[in-house]
Ligand binder design. Sequence first.
Ligand SMILES: Nc1ncnc2c1ncn2[C@@H]1O[C@H](COP(=O)(O)OP(=O)(O)OP(=O)(O)O)[C@@H](O)[C@H]1O
Ligand SMILES: Nc1nc2c(c(=O)[nH]1)N=C(CO)CN2
Length: 178
Amino acid sequence: MTELCAIALGSNLSSEIGDSQKIVQAAIAQLANHPEIEVVKVSRWYRTKAITLPNSAPQPDYINGCAILRTLLTPLQLLHALFYVEQFFGRERRERWGARTLDLDLLLYGDLQIDTPELVLPHPRMSDRAFVLLPLAEIAADWIHPVKGQTISELSQNPPDLDLSYPIALDAKEIVLI
Ligand SMILES: Nc1ncnc2c1ncn2[C@@H]1O[C@H](COP(=O)(O)OP(=O)(O)OP(=O)(O)O)[C@@H](O)[C@H]1O
Ligand SMILES: Nc1nc2c(c(=O)[nH]1)N=C(CO)CN2
């Protein structure tokens, strides 16, 4: 049976493929090539200030966005497919919240709730993050967060770090200032 899922994409380092904008777009193309993943919708891309851990060095701005996928994969199989794409684009897991060429988070898998060492759903930090909620609200406004019981649209009305995000134009996509 297929399931609708939501993922977040982020990049704040370039690689041989190009800059962060190129990397997130190439990651979407690679996911779309997976035989058991259909890319249903992609948000606009946002340039955002890096949220870092206290006392850590400043980092370059991120490019962030979200996508809705339909898949036959189980949650763990999908997480592993996301890890594979991260690694393909040169992601090295060094430090928590460190700069990275590509970060893919699994946000929602239908209305599933799980809490295992490898996978927590919904993603435990998604509702604290404007860089997730604003793009996600463009493509999944009415999706009800299974733990909060509010829609993504409602959660995005008052995100904690709103002033840190602003939309940028990529390709022919329209710029709409928030
Ligand atoms: N919903 C989820 N999506 C992605 N990874 C998850 C999820 N739940 C648990 N994890 C686990 O989190 C681990 C660390 O992920 P990652 O390196 O992407 O963290 P991070 O991007 O530094 O921080 P954050 O999780 O706050 O975005 C992964 O190895 C993965 O097993
Ligand atoms: N702006 C922004 N800041 C972050 C991001 C991110 O994707 N965008 N990801 C992080 C760890 O996942 C930590 N900080």
